[in-house]
Write a protein that binds this ligand. Structure first.
Ligand SMILES: [Zn+2]
Length: 222
């Protein structure tokens, strides 16, 4: 995963493909030894579109928030700045996956749906390793009463202070992963809050900018 010092990895400015941050991507991929041409990017829409990548010529996959692949030397990527990047690896069948999880995706169970896709490709949830990257924590993620209703099954992970509800999104994802049969010993949670650590990470809620800088997370099998 990149961080603030690598520069913004944003592809779309005001919703339109824009090459102005392409040099940040090129130099970051070079630094981590990945060929630019082997990176597949999801054009996120905060829903639960998932795409299996096979011999793909397209580098940007529209309307998708998660990618899975069995192919070698293909690097799946999502961008984020507060939302949580979730990385999946099935080491037995050799499948990788990545998901972008904001609150909407979490309510719609994007992590569980990505695991189902990995199972469809022959993976076993008992083998899947999952890592959650930095994202916004309960200290800085509050929602109003109307949205809080969508989190009712996870009410024990919500604190009410005044008329605000503070939600621990990564703990909800953790519960969802366990529901899908992931062994809790195979889940890694960085626990870093992008808002608290806004010197290191971009944070949408801190910067209140619709075109805020974005970090990129990648996973692939060499
Ligand atoms: Zn925080």
């Amino acid at each position: 995963m990149s961080d603030r010092k690598d520069g913004s990895m944003r592809l779309f400015v005001d919703g339109v493909l824009d090459k102005k941050y392409e040099t940040n991507r090129t130099s970051f991929f070079k630094e981590i030894g990945i060929d630019y041409n082997n990176v597949i990017s999801a054009h996120l829409e905060h829903k639960t579109g998932i795409k299996n990548i096979r011999n793909n010529k397209k580098k940007i996959i529209p309307k998708t928030d998660a990618l899975v692949s069995k192919e070698k030397n293909i690097f799946l990527s999502v961008t984020s700045a507060d939302c949580i990047p979730i990385l999946f690896y099935e080491p037995t069948v050799k499948i990788v996956g990545i998901a972008h999880a904001g609150w909407r995706g979490i309510v719609k169970k994007i992590a569980n749906k990505t695991i189902e896709k990995i199972i469809d490709l022959g993976g076993d949830p008992k083998n899947i390793r999952v890592a959650m990257g930095p994202g916004i924590n309960k200290c800085h993620f509050d929602i109003g009463n109307r949205i809080s209703k969508q989190f009712l099954p996870y009410s024990k992970l919500i604190d009410k202070r005044g008329d605000k509800y503070f939600v621990e999104l990564k703990e909800i994802i953790n519960e969802q992963l366990i529901e899908s049969g992931i062994d809790k010993r195979n889940i890694e949670n960085t626990r870093e809050c992008t808002f608290c650590k806004s010197k290191k990470y971009f944070s949408y809620r801190k910067e209140k900018d619709p075109n805020v800088g974005l970090m990129i997370s990648l996973i692939g099998i060499r």
